[in-house]
Design a protein around this ligand. Sequence first.
Ligand code: GMT
Length: 380
Amino acid sequence: MKIAIVCYPTFGGSGVVATELGIALANRGHEVHFVTYRQPVRLGLLNNNIYFHEVHVPEYPLFHYQPYELALSSKLVDTIKLYGIDLLHVHYAIPHAYAGYMAKKMLEEEEIYVPMITTLHGTDITLVGKHPFYKPAVTFSINQSDVVTSVSENLKQRTLESFDIRKEIEVVPNFIDKRKYETAYTDCQRSLMAEDNEKIVTHISNFRKVKRIPDVIKVFYKIQKKIPAKLIMVGEGPEKERAEMLCDSLGISNKVIFLGNSNEIDRILCFSDLFLLPSESESFGLAALEAMMNKVPVISSNTGGIPEVNLDGITGYLSDVGDVEEMAENAIAILGDEKTLEQFKQNAVDSALRFDIQKVLPLYEKLYESAFKGRFDKTI
Ligand code: GMT
C-alpha cells in the first residue's frame, strides 16, 4: 500500500511511534510518505520506500498565528494526488485529524477517496484536546476518521469519558522492535558516566510539567543517600532549568548529568540500572517500554496507561502520583540487592516482548486493509 503518515517530527513519543511504524511498514514493502514540517528525528536515511514531504508555512505579517493546518491539508492533497496514496494515517489528533479531514474533503471534490486513520496518543485527548477551545473540533475530527486507534485501553476509556465519540476505538498499543536490541551495543561504556560501585538511574522525557521532573530529582535524592548512584537526565523542555536549580539546592549537582536531547537513547539505557517515570499523566509511557526492552526496571506512577506497561512488583513498581517516599523505597529495594536487581532486569525485558513490533504491526495492517476496502462507504 501507499501510506501517508502525518506526525510531529520532534522527540515526543507520538512522533517516535509514527516514525518507527513508518520504517517498519516500509521494511514490509509498503511505500511510506511522511508529511510534516521537518524530517522526523528518528527517520535517519530515506530509502526507496520512504519519502519525506516538508510542509512549509509562509509567514505573512497580517497573521498573528501562521495557518499550519491549511498548509498541511494543502500539502496532503498535493502529495496524495501526485503519488496515488491509498491511505492517510495521522498521529496525534491536534491538528492532524482536522487537517486530514479537510484534505479528504478537498480530494472528494475530485472523486479521490482516501481513508483516514487517526491514532490518539495522549495529551491530544487528556490535556490539550479536551480544552473547551479545542473540544468541538477534536470531537468532530475523531468522529470523521474512518478508523480511530488509541495507544492504550486507559486512553480509550478517557477518550470515551471526555468526548462524545460515535466511532469504535481500537486499542493498538505502542511497540518496540526487539531485533534492534539483538544487535545492540555490547560495550555499554558505563564507565563514561559512573564509578564501578555506582548505580545509574535514568529519566528521559520532554521535561514538561506533566512529567513531574521535581519528583524525579526528589526520588533520586533519597536513593543516593542510601546507595552510591548517578542520575542521568535526558531531554529538553520547559522544566529543565528548574530541575538544575533543584539539584543545586539539594547539593547533588555533581551526581546529576543533564544530557539534553539524544539520538542515542538505547546506548544510555544500555548502562542504566533503573528508570524513573513519576508522570502526572501518561497514556502509555513509551519511554518506560524502551527502558524495559533495554533490561531496565521502572519506578513509575500508577497513572493512565502506565500499569498496562510497567507491571507492579515484576518489571518495577507503581506508586500514586507524587508519592516520592514510596518510589524511593521501591527503588532502593531493587537497587540495593544484586539478585533482586538482576531478576527485575530480566522480567523487564521478558515483559517488553509483549509489545514487539511483530505482534503490533499486523494489527495496523489489518485496520488499513479494512479501511481501504471500505473507502467508498461514506461517500455513497
Ligand atoms: O508526553 C510525551 O512524552 C509526548 C507525548 C506525545 O504526544 O508525543 O507522548 C504521548 O504519546 C506517547 C506515544 O504514544 C505515549 O507513550 C505518552 O505516554 C504520551 N504522553 C502523555 O500521555 C503525557
